[in-house]
Design a protein around this ligand. Structure first.
Ligand code: BGC
Length: 369
């Protein structure tokens, strides 16, 4: 277990360099086990230095070796994951060389676990060289990981951290739960506790600390993403924790699930504003998609961000960064899809080359206010 914590910490530093250089190497295979895995993987993805391997690298007509990459995204109809998947595609293109090409197939999980399971089975049958997976349901991670591992295909999980559960069904802190305990499986993501804390910090940094009406407490509306998603759970918890840890009294007016969706965000904010009127001081949204909806509801209710209500999101979509700049949104938190997608691709390529990979790669959030 200690080794896992250490490797997660090492990753923090590694990610900075991976994201920055867009390629590069990983930790050397130091143990006998790792070396054995690297050798196995080399059989599938040969290194450049043997004559046999070189023959496999290019076909008879001397064309480049093409690796088959399967990517399944939980749902194409998601603002943030659209940016993320487009970046995966363009980054794979950008790192192609004369001798190495990537045939990338990206499929839409349509927010349906059965559909996604079928897609993964198809990827296995098609003999993908590596799979990048954005899970529909993190609780199904175990079964899918087992299938991909049994097929000997490296697996890079992204965006939705797979969870493990204890005997009572409570979620365990994944880094200590060993669910990714396999040399060919990893998770690339951002620690959502940080994004929640940053949302709370943005409110604390306001002159009135979010207490617009001066009644000694911050009355808030929480609009949550998919409740099964750890990002939603942590952002909900840690945004408020930042306030209470700083000694600020809070009052929850509404806490509802908007499933990351703009229209639902608008609906929830509109109904909260009509029910509670001026009592609503802060609207926390687990993502910018829902904050865009809440912003429309705020405008329709004749309220003004920065004057009689505050609005927070996460992701830092371009339009939300503009809104923060012009004052129509109080703040957001950059969920760095560029660094995350580049790291995921770099790690996938390392695995294709038979280089050892770690189990966790973390990318930092950045406060935008
Ligand atoms: C993003 C959301 C997105 C979700 C998808 C989160 O990290 O902040 O915008 O909908 O991932 O899983």
């Amino acid at each position: 277990m200690k080794k896992k914590v250490l490797s997660a910490m090492l990753c923090l530093t590694m990610v900075a360099s991976l994201a920055g250089c867009g390629g590069g190497s990983s930790e050397p295979a130091s143990s006998g086990d790792d070396a054995a895995v690297a050798t196995e993987a080399e059989e599938a993805a040969p290194a450049d230095d043997s004559a046999d391997d070189a023959a496999e690298e290019t076909n008879d007509s001397g064309e480049a070796k093409t690796y088959k990459v399967g990517v399944s995204i939980y749902q194409f109809d998601d603002n943030f994951m659209t940016l993320y998947r487009n970046e995966i595609e363009s980054y794979f293109k950008s790192i192609e060389t004369d001798t190495e090409k990537y045939d990338v197939t990206i499929v839409d999980g349509k927010n349906d676990m059965a559909t996604q399971t079928e897609q993964i089975n198809t990827f296995i049958t098609q003999g993908m060289d590596v799979i990048i997976l954005n899970l529909v349901q993190t609780s199904s991670a175990d079964a899918l990981i087992d299938q991909v591992v049994a097929a000997g295909i490296p697996l890079v999980l992204i965006n939705r951290e797979p969870l493990a559960y204890d005997a009572d069904g409570n979620t365990l802190d994944e880094q200590y739960a060993g669910i990714l305990d396999n040399d060919k499986v990893c998770y690339v993501g951002a620690d959502a506790r940080q994004s929640g804390t940053f949302q709370g910090q943005i409110v604390l940094d306001l002159p009135d600390k979010g207490d617009i009406n001066g009644d000694g407490k911050v009355s808030y509306v929480m609009i949550e993403g998919d409740p099964e998603n750890i990002d939603a759970q942590y952002r909900t918890e840690f945004s408020i924790k930042a306030l209470t840890d700083a000694g600020v009294e809070v009052e929850q007016l509404v806490d509802q699930v908007g499933n990351w969706d703009t229209a639902k965000g608008q609906e929830i904010a509109a109904s909260a504003l009509s029910q509670y009127g001026d009592q609503v001081e802060v609207i926390f949204c687990n993502n910018d998609g829902m904050a865009l909806g809440a912003s429309a509801a705020i405008e329709a209710a004749g309220r003004k961000v920065g004057e009689d209500v505050y609005l927070l999101g996460v992701d830092a979509l371009d339009e939300c960064q503009e809104m923060v700049a012009n004052g129509t949104m109080t703040g957001t938190v950059l969920n760095d899809h560029v660094a995350q997608s580049h790291t995921a691709v770099d790690v996938a390529v390392q695995a294709l080359h038979g280089d050892a990979i770690d189990n966790y790669y973390w990318v930092d959030y950045v406060m935008i206010k």
